[in-house]
Design a protein around this ligand. Structure first.
Ligand SMILES: [Zn+2]
Length: 346
C-alpha cells in the first residue's frame, strides 16, 4: 500500500459484533444449548431482527445448518472454530504474520458441510444482508462508510496510478475484501478488511488471490504454499516505498517494458513489498505507465517547462521530492526521471 487509510468514525464498524455474538455465544456453543434448532431467541434482543426480518435463505437457513452440525462437534473442534473467530478478526496481526488465520480449508477438515454453510452465510451477509433495512437502519449504509473512508481522494491507495470514485460521485468503486472472503470466514463485513481500490487492482490483478499465502507451483500444479506478511491497509503513518527505475536503453517514446527494470525499497518491509507485487502486479502496471504515450508527453512538456524556467532535471526532481509524492504519480515520476538521469550519466 502506498498510503494507508485512516480509521474513520462510522457505525458500520460495529456491525461485525453481530458476527462475533452469533458465532461465539450461540453457534459454536450449540453443544451447551438445549434448543435442537437455531432460533432468534438465542440472540441478544438487538440482533433478532437480523434473523426475523430478513429472508430465511440469507441468515436463518445457513445458520440453522451450522448450528445443527456444531451440536455434535467435539469440544476441541469448537475451540478451534472459536479461536478462528478471534484470530480472523485481528487483521493487523494477521498481516504482520503474528498469528495464524482459520481458513475454509481448515474447516473442511473439521466438517465440509459446515464449511459450505458458513461460506453461504458470509457471502449473503455481504451481498444481501447489509443492504437490508433492519441492518442499515441500525448501523449505516455501506455507501456512507465508503464515502467517509475515501473522502475527496481520487487516487487508488494501492497502486497510486489509477482512479477511484470519491464521495462526490453517485456511484462507488469496489470495496475489496483485503483477506478474500473466498478463503477467510468471519471477515466478510469486518471494516478492517474492506478497502476501496481501483478496478485494475481489484478486478484485473488481485481477484481471489490469497493475501497471506503464496502458492508454490511446479508447472501449473500447486505443490505447497508459504505464509507471507502483507501491508496492513490502515494506519496513521505512511510506510515510505521508493520506486527505483533502471533503464537498459535510452528513454524515448518507443521504450518497451522489457527495456526497464523496476525495484522497490522499503527497509524492514521487504516481505510486504513482495506480497504487494504478487497481489497487484505493480511492476507490470508501472512499466506500462512509463511506456505510455501519456508519460512521454508529460516528459516532453516537463523538459520544455524546465528550460523555460531555467532549471535542469535534477533540480526538477528535487522540487518533486519536496511535495506530496502520492499525488499525481510523483513517486513514479521521481523514480523514472532518476532512472533517465542515471542512464544518461553512468
Ligand atoms: Zn489500484
Amino acid at each position: 500500500m502506498l498510503r494507508p487509510f485512516k480509521h474513520i468514525h462510522s457505525k458500520f464498524y460495529k456491525i461485525n459484533s453481530f458476527v462475533n455474538h452469533l458465532f461465539l455465544d450461540v453457534v459454536f456453543r450449540a453443544n451447551k444449548i438445549t434448543d435442537n434448532e437455531f432460533n432468534s431467541n438465542l440472540l441478544l434482543l438487538k440482533y433478532r431482527g437480523f434473523v426475523n426480518d430478513i429472508n430465511d435463505e440469507y441468515v436463518f437457513n445457513p445458520i440453522n445448518e451450522c448450528y445443527k452440525i456444531c451440536k455434535s462437534l467435539s469440544s476441541q473442534n469448537l475451540k478451534i472454530l472459536k479461536r478462528g473467530v478471534h484470530y480472523n478478526g485481528k487483521v493487523r496481526e494477521l498481516c504482520n504474520g503474528k498469528i495464524t488465520p482459520l481458513q475454509y480449508t481448515d474447516i473442511n477438515k473439521i466438517n465440509p458441510e459446515l464449511s459450505k454453510h458458513l461460506k453461504t452465510f458470509f457471502n449473503y451477509l455481504y451481498d444481501e444482508v447489509i443492504g437490508a433495512a433492519p441492518v442499515y437502519n441500525s448501523y449505516e449504509k455501506i455507501e456512507e462508510f465508503y464515502n467517509k473512508l475515501v473522502g475527496k481522494s481520487l487516487t487508488c491507495r494501492c497502486c497510486g496510478t489509477s482512479k477511484i470514485l470519491n464521495k462526490f460521485h453517485s456511484k462507488r468503486s469496489a470495496l475489496d475484501h483485503y483477506l478474500p472472503r473466498k478463503h477467510y470466514p468471519f471477515l466478510s463485513i469486518n471494516c478492517n478488511n474492506l478497502i476501496p481500490i481501483c478496478e485494475t487492482c481489484n478486478s484485473k490483478y488481485k481477484l481471489g488471490q490469497d493475501t497471506l499465502y503464496e502458492e508454490i507451483k511446479r508447472g501449473k500444479r500447486v505443490i505447497g504454499r508459504n505464509r507471507k506478511k502483507a501491508f496492513y491497509p490502515f494506519g496513521r503513518t505512511t510506510i515510505p516505498i521508493k520506486v527505483k527505475v533502471t533503464f537498459k536503453v535510452t528513454y524515448s517514446e518507443n521504450i518497451l517494458p522489457d527495456n526497464i527494470d523496476i525495484d522497490f525499497e522499503s527497509i524492514g518491509y521487504e516481505e510486504q513489498l513482495e506480497t504487494w507485487e504478487r497481489l497487484f502486479g505493480i511492476k507490470e502496471n508501472y512499466k506500462a505507465d512509463i511506456c505510455s504515450e501519456d508519460t512521454h508527453m508529460y516528459y516532453e512538456e516537463q523538459l520544455i517547462a524546465n528550460s523555460n524556467h531555467g532549471i535542469d532535471m535534477t533540480q526538477y526532481i528535487n522540487l518533486l521530492k519536496t511535495t506530496n509524492s502520492f499525488y499525481d504519480k510523483k513517486f513514479l515520476r521521481i523514480g523514472m526521471l532518476e532512472g533517465i538521469n542515471d542512464f544518461s550519466t553512468p
